[in-house]
Design a protein around this ligand. Structure first.
Ligand code: G
Ligand code: G
Ligand code: MN
Ligand code: NA
Length: 247
């Protein structure tokens, strides 16, 4: 059975689901949203690593199905909460004009304001091709936010920052984890935050695993943090149960 067939069956059986990892806003000290992360628990093989199967599904040419599944779940789950949600967007989805119409529909169907949805895209060369860029512009025009994921590890150049209609930078975990132990990482993070703010972008630091790192980032005026220290990716019910107003 190909991974694609297995994935389609898994969707039907409910073995595929979406986990939510909370994001803490350092200005309000509140959970203001989450990142949606796909999960697949196979009946025989157990947990299948998302980076592996996402790649396989991309290669099989069916990333649209996976992406639209996650987008609908995330929008349906988060619209009633009034919180923001971020969904990872494969670069292979861009430039094919397969997103704008369904997203417009989903936001309207579930009553989510566009600015509550963030699309996380990883830096890559295809990101700046003309069709991809035009599509990002049209999504941005709907009010959807664009975030540059894994920032610092890809092929980020100043011209990307200039051209992309992004409103958020997500600093990669590899820098964040070393903010206290590596002077160069601390300088890079601090300067990135300043640069982003000058460009009217907000900054998310991911992979925050302890309070000391959180404090260091807060001192650098980082806007939002995400990581095991705030919470792991969990099912919706568990995410909701940890929100203060639900206690
Ligand atoms: O928790 P974690 O192991 O989920 O994520 C591993 C990788 O898989 C990350 O790079 C993440 O961006 C990617 N990923 C998780 N969920 C999705 C998804 O819904 N779509 C895409 N394209 N990538 C995802
Ligand atoms: O590539 P992307 O940033 O979309 O994926 C985030 C990945 O990082 C997911 O696999 C998620 O489970 C993982 N992750 C999130 N927070 C932490 C953390 O604090 N520590 C570690 N080691 N991994 C994390
Ligand atoms: Mn991400
Ligand atoms: Na990332």
């Amino acid at each position: 059975l190909s991974i694609l067939n297995e994935f389609e069956q898994a969707l039907g059986r409910g073995d595929v689901w979406v986990a939510y990892q909370p994001k803490l806003d350092l200005h309000s000290n509140a959970i203001t949203g989450a990142e949606a992360l796909i999960r697949w628990i196979h009946p025989d093989r157990g947990f299948i690593r998302p980076d592996r199967f996402v790649r396989a599904i991309e290669d099989a040419g069916r990333i649209d199905k996976l992406t639209l599944y996650v987008l609908e779940r995330a929008i349906a789950d988060f619209a009633p909460l009034g919180l923001s949600v971020a969904v990872n967007l494969s670069m292979r989805m861009l430039g094919k004009n397969k997103l704008e119409a369904p997203l417009r529909d989903l936001l309207e169907t579930y009553g989510m304001p566009a600015e509550k949805l963030t699309l996380e895209i990883t830096e890559s060369a295809t990101m700046t091709d003309d069709q991809g860029m035009a599509e990002l512009e049209s999504l941005r025009a709907l009010g959807i936010l664009i975030s540059i994921d894994d920032y610092g590890t890809g092929q980020s150049t100043l011209s990307y920052l200039k051209r992309l209609p992004a409103s958020e930078l997500k600093i990669d975990q590899s820098f964040v984890r070393q903010v206290l132990t590596s002077r160069s990482d601390a300088v890079l993070i601090n300067s990135t935050i300043k640069l982003a703010h000058e460009l009217d972008m907000r900054v998310v630091a991911e992979g925050v695993e302890d309070q000391q790192v959180l404090d260091a980032l807060a001192g650098m005026e980082c806007d939002i943090i995400q990581g095991y220290h705030v919470g792991r990716p969990v099912p919706l019910a568990e995410f909701v149960s940890k929100l203060p107003h639900k206690i």
